[in-house]
Design a protein around this ligand. Structure first.
Ligand code: C5P
Length: 398
């Protein structure tokens, strides 16, 4: 799925060393289907050449208000007219000040003043003292009041050798923010708790019992919920995935650990989506030390007890503390029958079913949605797309 299909973006670059990151951003955003017209200030051209962006975007780069390539010499008006957004990355201290003042003294600033209702997004990039300066903070507050969408800045090492706030977001973070910008904000102001991945039940300090869950579905839902405007808490078993941008992740290993973490967070949440493939049993006689092979080669005798049912326990919280609960069911057969029974058994209003053999570790999935009025089958699609559809669907129940 291309998250920015058919989007035309004006990428504005102003003077700053972070210009090099914008080249990478542009490539990754093109992978998502976006088309770019690039506009560079004189300052930006001190850091990176228009040629780089012409080669990457496949279109001429605009640098000059007085460029006579446009027949009527009004590139500053035409460029933004059918654009979906103007993104300025990096946005320098100076450019932010000029924007706040409404100055129109080069192509990019004039374009911004002339943009009409084309959305403007800026990714500030500067030294931490420049960012903290009262004038910069005043200008940022003014821009926000004017409806400009400010993304970042991040914090950390700076090119000047100092450490602090003011770094431009990383290319993939800017991309995540841009994709989120275009998503409907159906979960704005909502707090969403999601479990994802497998659990790992210790046998000894080295060995665990686990399952084949990759975490991809739960992570895609966390990403989609953030894009829909939610505050997202992800409680994750061991997986090899990066936390989706903007989400708060807590690692857990065993089901009992996941249970404790979830029960602690759940009463403050609006929605709980239980995607984790939780182990049904844990080993009661797990060893403190590595179990050694003995001379007779006897396999160790493991004893099991059932794990707590996290979803059922959240669904049984008193109403004032209970988030809207969504369960998952991965079945290998008789999906409809098992999923309907599971929804009632767990006491949840909404349950999402899929076939384990199709969904496990795959990038695509086909979801079936069960609620009190029956069930509906969704098309096979990427987990990202399914997650967005699910998030919009959940929002309707709230
Ligand atoms: O009982 P079963 O594992 O089939 O139910 C699946 C649903 O219940 C999923 O939403 C899963 O995250 C949740 N679950 C749970 N705690 C368990 C077992 C499953 O929250 N111990």
């Amino acid at each position: 799925m291309q998250a920015l299909a058919n989007k035309r973006i004006i990428l504005g670059l102003t003077g700053g060393i972070a210009c090099y990151k914008s080249a990478e951003f542009l490539r990754r955003a093109q992978d998502q289907g976006a088309t770019f017209d690039v506009v560079m200030t004189a300052g930006a051209q001190q850091f990176i050449t228009p040629m780089t962006f012409q080669a990457l975007s496949g279109r001429p780069v605009h640098t000059d208000l007085w460029d006579n390539r446009s027949a009527d010499n009004m590139a500053h008006i035409h460029l933004s007219r059918d654009a979906d957004a103007i993104l300025i990355a990096p946005a320098s201290t100076n450019f932010i000040a000029r924007l706040a003042q409404g100055l129109a003294d080069d192509l990019l600033s004039t374009l911004c003043v002339a943009r009409g209702d084309c959305p403007l997004i800026i990714a500030p990039a500067m030294n931490k003292e420049m960012w903290a300066h009262p004038a910069t903070q005043r200008n940022i507050a003014q821009l926000k009041a004017d409806g400009v969408h400010v993304i970042g800045p991040g914090s950390g090492d700076q090119a000047c050798g100092e450490i602090g706030d003011g770094r431009m977001l990383e290319p993939m973070q800017i991309l995540a923010e841009l994709i989120a910008f275009f998503q409907p904000k159906s979960l704005a102001g909502k707090r969403v708790l999601i479990t994802a991945g497998p659990t790992a039940e210790p046998i000894d300090p080295i060995r665990t019992i686990t399952n084949r869950s990759s975490g991809k579905m739960g992570y895609a839902i966390a990403e989609a919920a953030y894009q829909a405007g939610a505050e997202v808490h992800l409680v994750s078993g061991p997986v090899r995935l990066e936390a989706p941008y903007g989400t708060k992740r807590q690692w857990v290993q065993s089901a009992r650990e996941m249970h404790a973490t979830v029960m602690n967070l759940a009463p403050n949440m609006d929605v709980f989506i239980s995607v984790a493939a939780v182990a049904d049993w844990y080993v009661t006689n797990a060893s403190q030390h590595k179990i050694k092979k003995n001379a007779e080669q006897n396999a160790p005798m493991l004893e099991f007890a059932p794990n707590p049912d996290i979803l059922a326990d959240v669904a049984a919280l008193p109403q004032a503390q209970r988030p809207f609960c969504v369960g998952f069911a991965a079945e290998t057969e008789k999906l409809i029958e098992h999923a309907q029974a599971k929804r009632l058994r767990k006491g949840v209003p909404l349950l999402v079913g899929n076939l384990a053999q199709q969904a496990m570790d795959a990038d695509d999935t086909q979801l079936m949605i069960f609620d009190e009025s029956g069930h509906q089958q969704w098309p096979a699609q990427s987990k990202q797309k399914a997650a967005q559809q699910l998030v919009q669907h959940i929002a309707r129940y709230l």
